[in-house]
Design a protein around this ligand. Structure first.
Ligand code: GAP
Length: 514
């Protein structure tokens, strides 16, 4: 039976390590929590995803350009953006275990337990009533389920109110009232709740003074905002236009779990789209649709994405939503789309004393543009693609294979060239073919073990095509091409291999489908 949830996730994580996709950072020193290294296949897959995102922004859209701004920025940037004062998590420590938790996460975990109770009631009733069971009606009418549901709403409301008003004492009281215990010590011996800023800081130069304190950027977006006029003027950009960039971001996440889903050092792919004030909500809808279409064009299984519209908006936004993906551990945020008004540019105008305005030749006037932002985590996108592609298959002959059904244009290795045996001139012929292919594609030559084992190795890293060179190749110049997804094999002229592979791994085809 196909694995799901935690079991599936565990297998995916070990597959990533076993096949050179992702390693724990500094593993020989027992690792560094929530920091990961991408191995030989992982880094190539990640590069391919980044490249595809960048091309779908700047190559396909004439009015979007790409930049690469520095990780270090003037410290006032983060004052203007609000990160110094408000990029905080509420933390609480357990005095017995000395473990630190995010107060809101402790409460959310408690809510998840109540949700688990609802699921149990539903499962019990489904068993009792069999085919005649109406789930929606049961949830809407069963007294116990309704009690649980109301409790959840009550907890959520009270947490929201405490967080929004910054009332940390009320947040702590909620934890006490709910009798939440430390998962490690089992005790309710909690400290006060404190706000903890998520930015990492470091010193520039040799003197350790406050004025030399720099932050490692917690988002790439601010590098775009501060370059808005540089790009607009030098690129002679007309509104509406976008600036895109990819790059590292750093957050001192306290609850860092679920592998590369929440990391302390990660990569973002962000695009700020500058528009005329008053048109921002139309552009917000445009980018909301466009980004969902981008995800779906990658061939994910149906029903894997959904929107989560934000009801409560941040003070700078007038519309916001997430695109959520169904990871093995449930639906979670993959990308955010935010209509950020003119908040950031105005704040940078205020703190820098420089005008950040666009002269609109049609209106013959200057204004601070409004911004619609699309922001996606590259590592989360990697995890979404990998977990959707990962399959443990039971084959007709009773054997099993683990395969990564990656979109061919994203696969790290595109073609494997395999001489059937290690003699009779087959390796030399295979090397010739390899030399023909390697300038166009990342190829792998493999002559070790049985052909079956070699196919499995390529399936496990998602190589879409294996080319086998055998004795017939020496006679008539044909080879076998084996397709990863259906394992079918065909005999083709070896002179056609490059054209066939080129057509199937073409990134331009993928871009045309957007
Ligand atoms: N500029 C807007 C911004 O940074 P965000 O919702 O904080 O918004 C955007 O982050 C995206 O970055 C998220 O949707 C997620 O994919 C990714 N992301 C955020 N924190 C992350 C973390 N700690 N580890 C991995 N990815 C993260």
């Amino acid at each position: 039976m196909a694995k799901t949830g935690e079991d599936l996730f565990k297998n995916i994580v070990s597959h990533c390590k076993e096949y050179g996709f992702i390693f724990q950072s500094s593993e020989i020193y027992d690792g560094l929590a929530a920091v990961y290294d991408y191995g030989q296949y992982g880094s190539t897959l990640k590069n391919n995803i980044r490249d595809f995102w960048m091309r779908s922004m700047v190559q396909v859209n004439e009015n979007i350009v790409g930049i690469d701004s520095a990780i270090f920025m003037h410290p006032t940037t983060w004052k203007a953006s609000g990160h110094v004062d408000a990029f905080n998590d509420p933390l609480i420590d357990n005095k017995d275990s000395k473990k630190r938790y995010r107060a809101d996460v402790l409460i959310e975990d408690h809510i998840a337990k109540i949700e688990g109770k609802i699921d149990k009631e539903v499962a019990k009733a489904a068993k009792r009533f069999g085919d005649s069971f109406d789930r929606d009606q049961f949830i809407a009418t069963n007294t116990r389920v309704l009690e649980y549901h109301n409790k959840i709403i009550e907890i959520q409301n009270s947490m929201r109110t405490s967080l929004d008003s910054g009332d940390l004492e009320a947040l702590r009281q909620l934890i006490l009232d709910l009798e939440i215990v430390c998962p490690v010590s089992g005790s309710r011996n909690w400290t006060e709740v404190r706000q903890f800023n998520l930015m990492f800081s470091t010193q520039m130069g040799s003197v350790s003074e406050d004025s030399n304190t720099l932050y490692l950027r917690p988002e790439t977006a601010q590098g775009i905002f501060v370059n808005f006029l540089n790009v607009q003027k030098t690129g002679r950009m007309k509104i509406p236009f976008g600036i895109a960039q990819t790059g590292k971001a750093f957050r001192n996440e306290i609850v860092a779990r679920q592998f590369i889903f929440r990391m302390r050092e990660f990569e973002q792919m962000e695009m700020q789209f500058f528009v005329k004030p008053g048109t921002e909500l139309d552009w917000y809808q445009f980018w909301k649709d466009k980004r969902m279409a981008w995800h779906r064009a990658l061939g994910f299984k149906a029903g894997k994405h959904r929107y989560h519209d934000h009801i409560k908006l941040a003070h700078y936004a007038n519309a916001a939503c997430d695109i959520e993906f169904e990871f093995p551990f449930g639906f979670k945020e993959l990308e955010g789309i935010h209509s950020r008004t003119d908040f950031d540019l105005k704040a940078h105008e205020k703190y820098s004393g420089k005008k950040l305005q666009y002269f609109d030749p049609e209106l013959n006037e200057s204004y601070v543009p409004y911004v619609v932002e699309t922001s996606i985590g590259l590592d989360r996108m990697f995890l979404a693609i990998l977990s959707d592609a990962y399959a443990e298959e039971q084959l007709e002959d009773g054997s099993e294979r683990v395969v990564l059904n990656l979109p061919a244009f994203l696969s790290p290795v595109k073609v494997a060239v395999l001489p059937l045996i290690k003699k009779d001139g087959l390796p030399e012929k295979a090397r010739e073919l390899m030399d023909n292919l390697k300038y166009d594609h990342l190829c792998q030559y493999d002559e070790k073990d049985s052909i079956g084992k070699r196919y499995r190795r390529q399936d496990a890293i998602g190589t879409p095509f294996c080319i086998t060179v055998d004795h017939q190749t020496l006679e008539d110049g044909t080879v076998t091409i084996r397709y990863r997804d259906n394992m079918n094999q065909e005999r083709i002229a070896s002179s056609n291999v490059n054209d066939i592979v080129k057509e199937k791994v073409s990134i331009s085809k993928a871009l045309q489908q957007l």
